[in-house]
Design a protein around this ligand. Structure first.
Ligand SMILES: [Ca+2]
Ligand SMILES: [Ca+2]
Length: 506
C-alpha cells in the first residue's frame, strides 16, 4: 500500500536566482495521494527574477518505496544550481589536462491510452544522470563516463525494459592515442555514426548504447575522413524488476560482434557531403545470450546538403542489408533464414529569409518488412543500434513508429520564434511496407488479412527553449496519432502523448 509522505521543502538562493524545490501533499486531494510540485524559477539575468522564470511545474503521485527519487530530485536541484552559475564562477581548480562534465535529463511522459490493454492512461518519469572525466595529454588520454538511468511513477503493467532503466553503470571507459590526423580508442565507447539511423548515442531514450572494442578515425586531408570500429555491443542490465531501479553491471558477449567502416567526404558538388559505409553484425546463441543468430551485412550511402537561408537543402540515404537471421530470438526458433532488407530516406527542404526563419521540408521513409511468412526469407529491416526519434517521433512509453515495415511520407516545418526558441511541427502518414507482416510497435501483432496497409497519421509538435545557452534547456512535445480504420478494427485507438523535459549540462 502506498504510504502518505511527509512534506519537505528546499530553497536555494544563488545570486539573484531563486530555486524552490518542494514536495508536499496537496490538501485538496485524498491524503493517500501525495503529490509533488516542482518549480524552478531561474532568471537568465543576474539582477532580476524574470516574469517567465517559472520553468516548469508538474504533479505526480509518489509511489512508496521509491525514496531514491528524493535523492535524484535533490540532484536535479543541485544541478540546476550548477547550471545557473556562470562558468567563470566555478570553484573547481582543475589542472589543464583534466576536465569534468555531466548532464541531467528529466522527463515526464503521459500517454492517454496504454498499448497493452487500451484500458488506462500511461505515464512515466525518467531521469538520466551522466558524469564524465576526461584526461587529455598531447598524444594520449583517457575518458571515464558513468550513467545512471532510472524510471519512476510508472504502472505495474507498463512495459519497462533496458531502454528506460540502467542504474549507475559505466557508460564509457577508454584510453586513446593519436593526434589531429588520427585517433584510436580502446575500451568501452559510445558513438554517433553518420545519420544516427543505424548507430547512435541515444539522446531521447533514457539509456544509451555502448560498445566494448576498438574505434579508429583517420583524417585524410581537409575534407575526407575514414572511421572504423570493431566491438562487442554492451548488454544493459538491471537486477530484478526494472521498476525497482536496482544495479547490475553491464557486460558484452564474445558471441555478438558489431563492426563498421565509413568513408566521409565533403568534396562533392553543390556544397554536399557524402558517406559510404559497411556495418556488420554477427551473433550466435550462447548459454547467457539468446539471439536471432543474425549475420548481417549492411551497405549504405548518404548524401546531404546542410540547411542555409534562402537555399534548398536535402538528405538522401539508402541501405541494403543481406545475410542470415531468424524471425525471433526465442530458444525454440532455430530456423535460420536468408535475410534481405532495404531502407530509404529522402528529404528536401527550403529555408526562407523571413521572420521566424521558416524551414519547410518534405520527407519520405521506407523500411522493408517480411513479404511472405513462408518463403524462408526474412525481409524485415534491422535498424541495428540506430534511433527512430529523428524520423518517426518520440520513443519513451510512446515509440509507435519504427524503422521496420513502414512506408511513410511527411511534411515538417521548423521555426525560430526567437533566438533561444525552436518550434517544430511534423505531419506524417504511416503505411505498412507490406500487409503480410505485423507492425509490432503500433500494437498490431499480426498481418492485416484484407491488405489494408494504412496505419494512421501522426502530428508531432516540439517546442524547445534554451533557458541558459549550453547549460539549461526545456523541451515539451505533444504527439497525436490518428489511428486508421485497420487499427481501430483491432481495438487500437487514437493516441495522445505529451512530454516535458529539462536538460541540464555542467
Ligand atoms: Ca547495468
Ligand atoms: Ca519471409
Amino acid at each position: 500500500m502506498r504510504q502518505h509522505q511527509t512534506s519537505c521543502r528546499y530553497r536555494a538562493n544563488i545570486g539573484a536566482r531563486r530555486i524552490i524545490f518542494s514536495r508536499e501533499p496537496d490538501s485538496a486531494l485524498k491524503p493517500r495521494h501525495p503529490w509533488t510540485i516542482l518549480s524552478v524559477p531561474i532568471s537568465p539575468y543576474r539582477e532580476t527574477i524574470h516574469p517567465a522564470s517559472t520553468l516548469f511545474m508538474f504533479y505526480h503521485p509518489l509511489p512508496a518505496k521509491r525514496s531514491a527519487r528524493r535523492t535524484l530530485l535533490c540532484g536535479l536541484l543541485c544541478t540546476a544550481s550548477f547550471a545557473s552559475a556562470a562558468p567563470s564562477e566555478s570553484n573547481l581548480q582543475l589542472p589543464s589536462w583534466l576536465s569534468l562534465s555531466g548532464t541531467l535529463q528529466t522527463r515526464v511522459e503521459y500517454l492517454n491510452q496504454d498499448f497493452d490493454s487500451g484500458q488506462r492512461e500511461d505515464h512515466a518519469l525518467v531521469e538520466r544522470t551522466t558524469l564524465r572525466a576526461d584526461l587529455n595529454f598531447e598524444h594520449s588520454g583517457a575518458t571515464l563516463e558513468l550513467a545512471d538511468s532510472r524510471i519512476f511513477w510508472v504502472e505495474d503493467d507498463t512495459p519497462v525494459n533496458s531502454a528506460m532503466v540502467n542504474p549507475l553503470d559505466i557508460l564509457q571507459g577508454y584510453v586513446w592515442v593519436g593526434d589531429d590526423q588520427w585517433q584510436v580508442k580502446l575500451g568501452r565507447f559510445t558513438q554517433d555514426l553518420g545519420s544516427r539511423r543505424f548507430m547512435a548515442r541515444n539522446r531521447y531514450r533514457n539509456t544509451i548504447n555502448a560498445f566494448d572494442g576498438v574505434n579508429a578515425r583517420w583524417q585524410l586531408g581537409e575534407q575526407d575522413t575514414v572511421r572504423a570500429f570493431y566491438s562487442l555491443p554492451v548488454e544493459r542490465r538491471f537486477d530484478g524488476d526494472p521498476r525497482d531501479n536496482k544495479m547490475k553491471s553491464d557486460r558484452s558477449h564474445e558471441n555478438q560482434q558489431f563492426g563498421g567502416l565509413m568513408y566521409e567526404t565533403s568534396r562533392l558538388p553543390f556544397d554536399s557531403q557524402g558517406e559510404i559505409y559497411l556495418l556488420t553484425l554477427k551473433e550466435r546463441d550462447s548459454a547467457d545470450l539468446q539471439t536471432r543468430n543474425r549475420e548481417l551485412y549492411s551497405v549504405g550511402v548518404r548524401l546531404l546538403r546542410n540547411p542555409q537561408t534562402s537555399h534548398w537543402d536535402y538528405e538522401f540515404e539508402a541501405l541494403q542489408q543481406e545475410g542470415r537471421s531468424r524471425l525471433s530470438s526465442s530458444a525454440t526458433n532455430t530456423d535460420s533464414l536468408d535475410h534481405s532488407a532495404s531502407f530509404l530516406h529522402a528529404e528536401l527542404g527550403y529555408s526562407f529569409d523571413a521572420p521566424w526563419q521558416p524551414r519547410l521540408q518534405a520527407h519520405y521513409d521506407y523500411a522493408s518488412g517480411d513479404r511472405d511468412p513462408d518463403d524462408n526469407e526474412n525481409n524485415g529491416l534491422d535498424s541495428l543500434y540506430g534511433i527512430p526519434r529523428s524520423d518517426f517521433g518520440p520513443t519513451g512509453i510512446y515509440g509507435l513508429l519504427a524503422r521496420n515495415n513502414i512506408s511513410s511520407p511527411a511534411v515538417r516545418l521548423e521555426l525560430k520564434p526567437a533566438g533561444d526558441w525552436r518550434l517544430f511541427m511534423e505531419l506524417r502518414d504511416a503505411w505498412l511496407a507490406t500487409a503480410a507482416a505485423p507492425s509490432p510497435r503500433t500494437g498490431l501483432a499480426e498481418a492485416i488479412p484484407g491488405g489494408d496497409k494504412h496505419l494512421g497519421s501522426q502530428l508531432e509538435t516540439v517546442l524547445r527553449w534554451q533557458v541558459i545557452p549550453s547549460r539549461l534547456q526545456l523541451e515539451s512535445g505533444l504527439t497525436y496519432f490518428n489511428a486508421s480504420d485497420a487499427l481501430k478494427d483491432r481495438g487500437i485507438d487514437d493516441k495522445y502523448y505529451l512530454y516535458l523535459q529539462a536538460n541540464l549540462s555542467f
